[in-house]
Design a protein around this ligand. Sequence first.
Ligand code: FCB
Length: 457
Amino acid sequence: MHVEFPAGFLWGVATAAFQVEGSTTADGRSPSIWDTFCARPGAVKNGDTGDPAADHYRRMPDDVALMRELGVGAYRFSLAWPRVRPDGGEVNPAGLDFYERLVDTLLAEGITPWPTLYHWDLPHALEERGGWTNRDTAYRFADYTAAVLDRLGDRVSTWTTLNEPWCSAFLGYGSGRHAPGRTEPRAAVAAAHHLLLAHGLGAEVVRSTAAENRVGITLNLFPVSPADPDSAEDREVARRVDGVQNRLFLDSVLRGRYPDDVLADLEPFGLRDVVLTGDEAVIGGTDFLGVNYYRDHYVSAVPNGKSGPASEWVGAEHVSFPKRGLPQTDSGWDVNAEPLTGLLLTLHTDYPRVPLYITENGVAYADVVDEDGRIDDTDRIAFVEQHLRAAHRAVEQGVDLRGYFYWSLLDNFEWAEGYAKRFGLVHVDYGTQRRTPKASAAWYSRVMADNGLAGRG
Ligand code: FCB
């Protein structure tokens, strides 16, 4: 079957500031929570840090030229708050200069800039004042947003506030697998609310800048299923995991209120204490939704054997994730494209409708550079093809899906996994910073040009 996406479908690639830029001390940038976290022994694999990453800060013009050669329609990148307002304080014009050059270079090449304001790199100085557990951080985010819009608001009309606030809150303050590495369930819950509040306050700033502006949020959504549908215990952990992973964010942003069952689940962890009158109205409302999809969750109430409070599953700390014998990525994630169709349909039918974009989907595999220097990543091509087919099945059923961004353009710093996991369409040799497009880059280039999987399958 010929798989063609709707006319005007946006084809893109994604990166994030801390993962690709490097140059972490250039032009007045202050440390972020990720710089501090990387310095903590054992926090990041091999002691890797945000330098050199893919040296994108210095090689940006070449990287944009590469995107043009591939025929990329839109570039999803993030801005580093610690470049724009070092230590969360005064505006640093030199930090904004980089993003202005990036936007202008993209526009000159006919590539749509798709900026995200926050992709996890909080200025460390704000963490010292409580980070996302401190309500004031949401107001600082609004100030930071205003500084960015002041410089770039005349050239960019589509903005995303946050990338995956679930990770910032629950991996950052719950399990501590991500920066700032705290392991306090109450802190994770407070952080989740303050991140959502930051989304709402930031969105108000974006909208007040120009009437035609569109502002959205990107969530990492996982369809959740109980390992044994006949087990009440498995169904209960599935409900709880779905609650903190998906509905806490979806319902607040799309419906303007937290779900009653999640409010009850998180009451012992202080959710009701941090939600002030009027907050939910501020959070509610988005012009579009970015969906990051990598896999689903298959959950069991059989205890995972871990002890202690360090869990991202606040209120379901003992949940386990049994293996189903599915193929695995190099990240150890199940490959399962099919639930993406149902996820998109659920968003379309169960929630107030907004345009949807897949803002991330992609895969790390152990790429092999052959003796001619080529990377024949047929496994990555198969992965993306399966996911595009799954997304297209949703489009056929009426879902308003308007774009797809591959994660990532370049191999980069994969958070706690360091440089070991390679997600790029383009291979990066970190010693020389040489870029080598993988076979998947040429394949994806054709997909973008054909607006789908022309004549295949
Ligand atoms: C997502 C992140 C992104 C990248 C991919 C693999 O959760 O948003 O930065 O690390 O996973």
